[in-house]
Design a protein around this ligand. Sequence first.
Ligand code: GDP
Ligand code: IMO
Ligand code: MG
Length: 422
Amino acid sequence: MLKADVLLGLQWGDEGKGKIVDVLTPKYDFIARFQGGPNAGHTLEFNGIKHVLHTIPSGIFHPTALNIVGNGVVIDPVIFKKEVDALTKMGVDVKSKLLISKRAHLILPTHRLLDAASETSKGKNKIGSTLKGIGPTYMDKTGRNGLRIGDIEGNDFKEKYNVLVEKHKHLLAHHKFEYNLAELEPAWFEGIEALKQLQFIDTEHYLNNAMSSGKRILAEGAQGSLLDIDFGSYPFVTSSNTVCSGACSGLGIAPNRIGNVIGIFKAYCTRVGSGPFPTELEDEVGEKIRQIGREFGSTTGRPRRTGWLDIPALKYAIMINGVTELMMMKADILSDFDVIKVCTHYNYKGKKIDYLPYDIDPKFLSPVYEDLKGWGCDLTKFTKKEEMPKELVAYVKYIEAAVKTPMTIVSIGPDRKQTIML
Ligand code: GDP
Ligand code: IMO
Ligand code: MG
């Protein structure tokens, strides 16, 4: 039996997962999302077209691969319908290429309202959520109140919907949050009708049978390891397990059937939303990275916070995920820097440490850097590893040695073709 590979982000999201899934899809029969929802924005570029996906896996543009939305994902029918409509316009036959787990949970309009109410009540301590209703939907899942895709097929769907909405109305009243639900519901029910055009399946049976018959699966993570509900910078995290174990629970694939774990990271760091960020640059260097890297959110358009590469945080993510190979993204963005700084250690409560501790609040922790020489040339036209400047080769080797994991891809531009295989 073949094993399923998992691809996930090792930082705070937006590492470039969408691009790499698109690059790797020809090697796979199935691309499966296992957690998160439309808080994700995964960007692909090819033939001059740029496309952002939120719920639909990044294998959707390839002719043969089937795409799966697993049980661990939360789906907003409104956003989902928009995605399907946009893809259909581009000539993608979504119906024949997308399967959805009956166990995936639905994001209700009131979940989005609750997200907004919760953020408002937190004031300056807000999480910086994408406000897509992710947290409240996972809360209803673990609270055993949620509505699932499989419920859509039942005769009592509307009744179940009403019961849950009643609960939410009480909570919204408690928050003293003003809203107009009647304005939001028609689009939601239209989205439900659009969902009904697709195939709802038992993805756990389907994927395990596929593996038994020699099919190759790539599980596509959303967000990043440092946003994981357990291992991220809590409470400034998302509400799902973004790490490798999430692929097991979010698809029904047993741990001993996981093969390669592909960890994606940027040559520097970004974070969008609130929470601690040890290597953050709040100066002109950070601004330069943001401008050259076009670091603005794919889902919300918010400016992303920027900083240097953080090795202790990378090591932590590699450990938690069992990463077997690394892929480094956006190397081209650092071409303009004579010196590239890398955080190798932290000063933590008066001691120098080389691991990510429990509390990364800047009150206790500050980064210790080493300076590396920049490559100072445009990388975006290169196609082969032999063309890589020696300083970039040295940067790759430095990281591989520091985190004891091999690197297999260096990405040098947003397009499919701007990918160097090592
Ligand atoms: P994801 O959420 O991990 O899929 O990443 P996003 O799509 O949110 O953000 C990554 C951004 O960087 C997108 O705009 C990509 O088109 C772009 N991108 C990906 N890889 C590269 C690269 O190697 N170089 C450059 N310049 N841009 C890249
Ligand atoms: P992709 O898959 C970057 C961040 C939000 C916020 C926190 C909680 O594109 O990498 P949520 O909406 O989940 O309640 O937000 O997590 N966040 C992301 N940041 N990339 C993402 O997804 C993100 N999804 C959520 O900014 O700080
Ligand atoms: Mg993104």
